[in-house]
Design a protein around this ligand. Structure first.
Ligand code: GDP
Length: 297
């Protein structure tokens, strides 16, 4: 593959952080994703049109952008990581203040640690009478997660996805973490992106939601993605609006791929259709060979 080259320091520009929300079932991942989406100042202007596409980007009150992977749960995170796609910069660990540390909370801590991704703890459901955020902080110590309120380094924040309490503070903490990480990418090159979700649409054909890692993906670009190839016919943002170009950390739905790629597949832009076909047929052969080699006899 040709994807190992490194961009020169002077070509790099700040890019928005990509955030995944993890936590035990029913602790409020989906609710928090919805509530955070509701803070988007652009969405407010557009009148609340949403389309589900596996990732979305908000513009904060301060004008900064934050991308959230809207595929909650560990499955997506680990599946993508297994395929070599480390798309997440920051994990927000949601812990319900009434329920406390549960098995999937511990799993999420372990996955996050293994991935070397910084974590922010969001103690959710603080609107509930039974909420006991201090107990959550204490129990986290047993898993070697020492939050700020316990004089540690992991940022923590009390939130309620229901009332909206603490959401601004959570976003501030995400931005602070992102600043510390100095996340950068070169926007002025052919794009590389990662598939977040893909499906076959009856009318539109194969649709893939991709997250641009570096470069800028443009309408008309010729691409290879996994074992598929194609040309970007159109792109839609998370508000369903047509866009002509997608810079680093922006999630877009891409139309024009020849088949349905898999989540975690890498997309790269190439300079000719012939090159795209060569790379994709080579990869198809490789995939077939691998299947044959591992097939039970
Ligand atoms: P997920 O399984 O982690 O995605 O959890 P959900 O977002 O589906 O939330 C599980 C349940 O908790 C739902 O009934 C939500 O309405 C409720 N819930 C989520 N966040 C809050 C909160 O901040 N306060 C209260 N009281 N309920 C919440």
């Amino acid at each position: 593959d040709t994807t190992t080259d490194v961009d020169a320091e002077e070509t790099l520009q700040p890019r928005p952080p990509v955030v995944t929300i993890m936590g035990h079932v029913d602790h409020g991942k989906t609710s928090l994703l919805d509530a955070l989406r509701g803070t988007d100042v652009v969405r407010g202007e557009a009148g609340g049109i949403t389309q589900h596409m596996g990732a979305y980007q908000i513009k904060t009150k301060g004008g900064e952008l934050v991308t959230f992977l809207d595929t909650p749960g560990h499955a997506a995170f680990t599946q993508m990581r297994m395929r070599g796609a480390n798309v997440t910069d920051i994990v927000v660990l949601v812990v319900a203040a009434d329920d406390g540390i549960m098995p999937q909370t511990v799993e999420a801590i372990n996955h996050t640690r293994a991935a070397g991704v910084p974590m922010i703890v969001a103690i959710n459901k603080i609107d509930k009478h039974e909420a006991n955020p201090q107990k959550v902080r204490e129990r986290l110590l047993e898993h070697e997660v020492v939050v700020e309120a316990m004089s540690g380094e992991v940022q923590d924040v009390e939130v309620s996805a229901k009332t909206g309490a603490g959401l601004d503070e959570l976003i501030e903490k995400i931005l602070l973490q992102a600043e510390l990480m100095e996340l950068k990418a070169n926007p002025d090159r052919e794009a590389e992106a990662t598939v977040i979700e893909a499906k076959l649409d009856k009318g539109k054909g194969p649709l893939a939601t991709v997250l641009v890692n570096r470069g800028t993906l443009k309408v008309g670009d010729i691409l290879v993605v996994g074992t598929e190839s194609g040309r970007v016919r159109a792109m839609l943002d998370d508000k369903g609006r047509q866009v002509k170009a997608a810079p680093p950390s922006m999630p877009v739905e891409v139309l024009g791929i020849g088949g349905v790629p898999m989540a975690g597949d890498r997309l790269s832009v190439v300079d000719s259709e012939q090159r795209a076909r060569e790379v994709s047929s080579y990869r198809q052969e490789q995939a077939t060979a691998k299947r044959t080699a591992t097939a039970p006899t």
